[in-house]
Write a new protein. Structure first.
Length: 241
């Protein structure tokens, strides 16, 4: 049954709406070379949390999933051939799969210039963050363990959002909250001049644990990058201990 579940997995599409603004800002006026403030339409499947049905809808960039404290679940089905081999990390309490053709490597081997490594490892009296899995093709994916010390997860999120904004300044950062199954995800969409980072954070199975996923994208190839990232994001599930 678990194999069948892996073959048809559910992924959040909140990230699609956010990244459409990244794509729109990349478009240039072919005649005068100035940026256009266009708003392309995005078609995706939305799961209605009340009826459980799925309907295809049109959404403008930076739509309602930019709103904080969204309790809706947005999902669609992804085939297993869009992701690589599944990783079942009992210590983290999660199962996930990287995008297809992403190669596993040591987190320490990622280049210092890679946006996924920027403010990855961190330690303070309240919490620590340690990368434990890394994958790379054209872009990178990084999975990190977060340990909380005498701080609740809710308080950690408040402190962490401020820290992310400080460390990535002057990048444009959008924070969203949404549900993926039973996982309440906080997503940071970080836009730098030519790079982007989709960072998702959620609580672990224990009060002292949390998990962080980083997905790097590039401005020039953002559309293709998102095609690879969405299935990987949707593969994330909790493991029972």
């Amino acid at each position: 049954m678990y194999t069948r579940l892996q073959q048809r997995i559910t992924t959040s599409l909140a990230v699609v709406v956010l990244c459409s603004s990244f794509l729109a800002s990349c478009k240039k006026d072919e005649q005068n070379g100035t940026a256009q403030n266009t708003t392309p339409q995005n078609t995706f499947s939305q799961q209605n949390p009340q009826s459980g049905t799925t309907a295809t809808i049109q959404q403008n960039p930076m739509g309602r999933y930019e709103q904080k404290n969204s309790q809706e679940q947005v999902a669609f089905s992804v085939d297993a051939d869009k992701v690589g081999a599944f990783v079942n990390d009992v210590a983290l309490g999660v199962s996930f799969a990287p995008p297809r053709n992403y190669v596993p490597l040591s987190p320490n081997s990622l280049a210092a210039s890679d946006i996924a490594t920027k403010f990855a490892a961190y330690a303070s009296p309240q919490y620590s963050i340690q990368p434990v899995h890394a994958f790379r093709a054209r872009n990178s994916m990084l999975v990190s363990s977060i340990r909380l010390k005498n701080i609740s997860y809710d308080q950690f999120l408040k402190d962490y959002e401020n820290l992310v904004r400080t460390r990535f300044s002057p990048a444009s950062i959008t924070t969203t909250f949404f549900l993926k199954g039973d996982i309440k995800i906080t997503q940071f969409f970080i836009q730098e001049a030519d790079k982007g980072l989709i960072r998702v954070v959620f609580a672990g199975l224990k009060p002292t644990e949390a998990v962080q996923f980083d997905f790097a994208i590039q401005r020039q190839t953002a559309g293709d990058d998102m095609q690879a990232i969405e299935p990987a994001l949707g593969s994330i599930t909790r493991l029972a201990r």
